[in-house]
Each structure stands twice: as structure tokens, then as C-alpha cells.
Ligand binder design. Structure first.
Ligand SMILES: *Cc1c(COP(=O)(O)O)cnc(C)c1O
Length: 324
């Protein structure tokens, strides 16, 4: 039995399409000239709540029974999934609690509170905050909405992939950043079960490459201290449900440096007027630094800009430290 199939992604789309944006696919001549690929972006930084995470959160929360929702929803998140859960819960009139890492992004925290959710800080690593969320599920009977390891979340994220292949012809490759792999597993399912000729690549920063390590080892392998500027993907290990999908459908895992991520973020802003958070620029960084194989040169390559939630003072800092 597969965890999800294209049918689940299509069902997810029916469930959530009235509540999310169909984000544009944007081409860039300037960045095509710089990289040699025919560059396109799927602009999920323009999505409601500022990232694709609203897709999975809505699909999961809209599928709960009223009784499950009314017990209150709890989740663990570095921010974007928390914002998405807070937003989707509010749409349904449910209470939400989000467990964030200590020192997590203040913009993401403020937005979670704005959507009316309760915020709790715990640890710095994903497993620490997930443990607390699960404990609250056990002790208070709340409903846990996982950030990635859940078939509804995976199928919801996959709707971004569905839109790419519906809106574009002749796509050669799709690239997306990977953390727990909800996004890439959903996208890869949508893309490969529609057109197996399209290549799908996951991209990670070199300091937080647990999916790449696991992919090469042929089994889930944890990284003790993921370290990267990309705060949305400091994940210690790919998901139990998501990783087999990665093994089945993802062509390869690519790695980029933090410096390349920031250069990618600033180039996307300067040339395309799209604001990506560092994590949102990770996929494009693989085109900039030559991590994507040369056989894709001149061909249509879609990089997902997965999110755009970045604090302006932080952005100013990146700009001041990086002369393009
Ligand atoms: C969560 C997130 C990712 C990674 O998604 P996973 O499903 O955990 O792999 C990538 N980019 C952004 C902006 C995110 O918020």
C-alpha cells in the first residue's frame, strides 16, 4: 500500500482550492542567462500565510471530524507550518497551539499569534518540539497535526506540484527544498504519477542534509546538529512516511552552501522582485552553483520558492554582508 497516490493529491485540491491561492509560475530571462537553465519559479512565497504549508495544513484540518477539531489542535513547527495550522484552524473555528523552537523567527511567531493561536517555545531541534506536541496530544486529548509525516499533509503539499504540471508544458525538472520531506514527497507523487519523464530533485543546505545522507545510505539516517541559515529545514531526519516516497520517486538529492542560498535569495529579489526567505531560495541555489546536472541546460526547470517569511532587519543584514 502506498502512503499517498495522485488520487489523494486530486482530492486534496478539491478540498482546499477555495481557500488557497493558485500561485503563479514566473519565468526569468535574467536568471536563465546567469545559470544556463530555462528558469521558472513556482511562487509559493505569494501563497496565503507566506508559504506552501497552508496546502497541507488545510487538507489535514478540513479532513478532521468536528469532534477531533473541537478538542483543539496542536502542532510543532519552526514557524511556517505553525502559521498555516493557526490560519486553517481559525477558518474552521478550532483552537490551535503551536510549539516553536527557542530563538525561532520572530516574524513567524508574531503571525502565529495574529492568527489567534497559543504559542509555546521548546528546545531548538525538531524532535524536541514534536515530542512536546505529542505529549499534549496524549495528556490533553488534543489533535496533533504533524508538519510533514501525515498522508493528508503530504497530499496537500502535492497540490503545488499538480499546479506546476497543469500550468506549464515541456517541464524537464522540478526542484524543491527538503526538510521532513512532506513537500517533496507530495510534489514527486503528483509529478511522477502524471508524467514520469519529468525529473524531481530535492535540495538541502550542506549543513542540514539528513535526507541526502539517508538517500545515499538507503535508509533514514539522523543528523545530530543540523546547521544552516535556512531555518525552515533544520530537520534532523526525514519522515517515516515521507522518506519511502522520496526513495521511490525523487531522482536525486542535491546540496548547496549557505552562501549560495543567500546569493540565490538576493538574486531572486533583485531580478524577479520576488521575496524568498532563505529556505525558499534553496532550490534555485542548486541552479546557481551547478549542483543540477548539466544535461538540463537550456531546458525548462522549475524551482519552488517555498516561502517568503523573512524579517526585514535580517534581510537588510544579508544584503549588507553580500555584495552581489
Ligand atoms: C517546511 C518548509 C520546507 C520543507 O518542507 P518539508 O515538508 O518539511 O520537507 C521548505 N521551505 C519552507 C519555506 C518551509 O516552510
Amino acid at each position: 500500500m502506498e502512503v499517498i497516490s495522485i488520487k489523494d493529491v486530486l482530492d486534496a485540491r478539491d478540498r482546499i482550492s477555495g481557500h488557497i491561492h493558485r500561485t503563479p509560475v514566473v519565468s526569468s530571462r535574467a536568471l536563465s542567462a546567469i545559470t544556463g537553465f530555462d528558469v521558472f519559479f513556482k511562487a509559493e512565497n505569494l501563497q496565503k500565510t507566506g508559504s506552501f504549508k497552508i496546502r497541507g495544513a488545510c487538507n489535514r484540518i478540513f479532513s478532521l471530524s468536528r469532534e477531533e477539531g473541537e478538542r483543539g489542535i496542536v502542532t510543532a513547527s519552526s514557524g511556517n507550518h505553525g502559521q498555516a495550522v493557526a490560519y486553517a484552524a481559525k477558518l474552521c473555528g478550532y483552537k490551535a497551539t503551536v510549539v516553536m523552537p527557542e530563538g525561532g523567527s520572530p516574524v513567524k511567531a508574531a503571525s502565529i499569534k495574529d492568527y489567534g493561536a497559543e504559542l509555546i517555545y521548546r528546545g531548538t531541534k525538531s524532535d524536541e518540539r514534536i515530542a512536546l506536541a505529542k505529549q499534549m496530544q496524549g495528556e490533553r486529548g488534543m489533535t496533533f497535526v504533524p508538519p510533514y509525516d501525515d498522508p493528508f499533509v503530504m497530499a496537500g503539499q502535492g497540490t503545488a506540484g499538480l499546479e506546476i504540471i497543469e500550468d506549464m508544458e515541456d517541464v524537464a525538472a522540478v526542484l524543491a527544498p527538503t526538510g521532513g520531506c512532506g513537500l517533496i514527497s507530495g510534489i514527486a507523487t503528483a509529478v511522477k504519477e502524471t508524467n514520469p519523464g519529468i525529473s524531481v530533485f530535492g535540495v538541502e543546505p550542506e549543513g542540514s542534509n539528513s535526507t541526502g545522507i539517508s538517500f545515499r545510505a538507503g535508509g533514514r539516517t539522523a543528523l545530530d546538529h543540523p546547521l544552516t541559515v535556512a531555518d525552515g529545514i533544520r530537520t534532523t531526519i526525514p519522515g517515516e512516511l515521507t522518506f519511502p516516497v522520496v526513495q521511490k520517486y525523487v531522482d536525486d538529492m542535491l546540496t548547496v552552501t549557505d552562501a549560495e542560498v543567500i546569493r540565490a535569495q538576493l538574486l531572486i529579489l533583485e531580478r524577479c522582485k520576488l521575496l524568498a526567505e532563505p529556505t525558499g531560495a534553496v532550490a534555485f541555489a542548486a541552479l546557481l552553483c551547478g549542483a543540477l546536472p548539466g544535461r538540463f541546460k537550456g531546458r525548462r526547470v522549475v524551482s519552488l520558492i517555498s516561502g517568503g517569511n523573512v524579517a526585514l532587519p535580517q534581510l537588510a543584514d544579508y544584503i549588507n554582508k553580500n555584495c552581489l
